[in-house]
Design a protein around this ligand. Structure first.
Ligand code: AQP
Length: 330
């Protein structure tokens, strides 16, 4: 028996990284056996911060589909599709925008942070579309009446807003049209980048998901460690070390030993990173092989996305009929 319905999406806005994989995609792969799932490449979301040059979008979309399929998402079981192929996302976004108080959007913590962060990089995204990002995200989720949304911790404020919007919609139109979606956070709520901050495309601190073994080793070698561990003989603090965060995910059998050796200075950071890199290379090898197989079948990938959109549209259209009816839209 299925536990419920999942919707989750990712922006095709650059190279997919291990933060996206460990924070979200790896949970999708696990949950696909328990839930009915809708997984969406949210290209309209990507436009909110890169509307000026969308020329690389088709490439990013194709690569994202390869990443998802090679990680193990089953295209038969799940609806895997592109947001802009299901126009109902835009219609629901528009209708929701009529009833969204501006103040709700302006207080979303990620809004001001990202405006400032991208502003510092010379990007002006002081736009209507960017402010409305969480409204579009709400539309994405509730269009499928999803009750569960597996995401990284950074998305929780957006999800809280989605819950508020559902309550507002159901209250205004006096019908329980939408369920309140709840977040699902897995074992890696915030994956650190090689500089210790949250792994993020815009910080340039990412480890690419499709990195070759050499690239992986090189990125791990650059990772920051406990700043108080200056000499090889200094004891380390695994709880604040990003390398140890990755060991928790990739070296479960040796975790106790690595923790003790770090605290006693029994192992140096260079060797600790080498051990981690080898575990990561091993864990990602199968995925990388599958990625090469999928990359050789671009037409199959295209068919999967088209078929996914067709199946998603059936659910989306049924929801929109109900929404139009309660809003007296004919
Ligand atoms: N570092 C992370 N740790 C845990 N989860 C993460 N996610 C992203 N980074 C981390 C999760 O990945 C999913 C996809 O998110 P997205 O498409 O919104 O990508 P993003 O947040 O735009 O990814 P970036 O790299 O952080 O991009 P920029 O720098 O452009 O903002 C989400 O579930 C997210 O939580």
């Amino acid at each position: 028996m299925v536990k419920g319905r999942i919707f989750s999406g990712m922006q095709p806005s650059g190279n997919f990284h291990l933060g996206n994989y460990l924070g979200a995609l790896s949970n999708w792969v696990k949950l696909q056996h328990e839930y009915e799932c809708f997984f969406c490449i949210v290209d309209w979301h990507a436009l909110t911060s890169s509307f000026e040059d969308p020329s690389r979008l088709p490439d990013y979309i194709h690569n994202m589909a390869l990443d998802w399929l090679s990680a193990g998402l089953d295209p038969e079981k799940n609806r895997i599709f592109i947001q802009s192929h299901v126009k109902e996302h835009a219609e629901l976004h528009l209708l929701l925008s009529m009833m969204t108080p501006l103040s709700w959007l302006e207080r979303v913590p990620t809004y001001k942070d990202k405006l400032q962060q991208l502003g510092e990089q010379g990007k002006d995204i002081n736009t209507y579309g960017f402010l409305g990002y969480p409204v579009l995200m709400t539309a994405d989720i509730i269009l499928y009446k999803a009750d569960t949304v597996p995401v990284g911790e950074d998305q929780l404020p957006h999800l809280e807003l989605a819950r508020e919007m559902v309550r507002r919609f159901n209250f205004i139109y006096k019908q329980e049209v939408f369920p309140e979606p709840k977040g699902y956070i897995g074992a890696a709520p915030v994956v650190p980048g090689i500089d210790g901050r949250k792994m993020s495309k815009s910080y340039g601190n990412e480890i690419p998901f499709a990195a070759s073994p050499e690239e992986l080793r090189a990125r791990v070698r650059l990772m920051v460690t406990d700043p108080q561990r200056i000499k090889r003989t200094d004891p380390g603090r695994p709880e604040i070390c990003p390398v140890f965060t990755f060991h928790k995910l990739y070296s479960p059998a040796e975790l106790g030993e690595i923790e003790t050796d770090c605290r006693n200075a029994g192992i140096g950071c260079v060797d600790c990173k080498k051990r981690l890199a080898e575990h990561m290379v091993e864990a990602l090898a199968d995925i990388h092989h599958r990625r090469q197989d999928w990359a050789a079948r671009p037409n199959d990938v295209k068919d999967i996305l088209e078929n996914g959109a067709k199946r998603a549209r059936e659910t989306a259209q049924a929801t929109m009929e109900q929404v139009r009816s309660v809003m007296h839209m004919g």
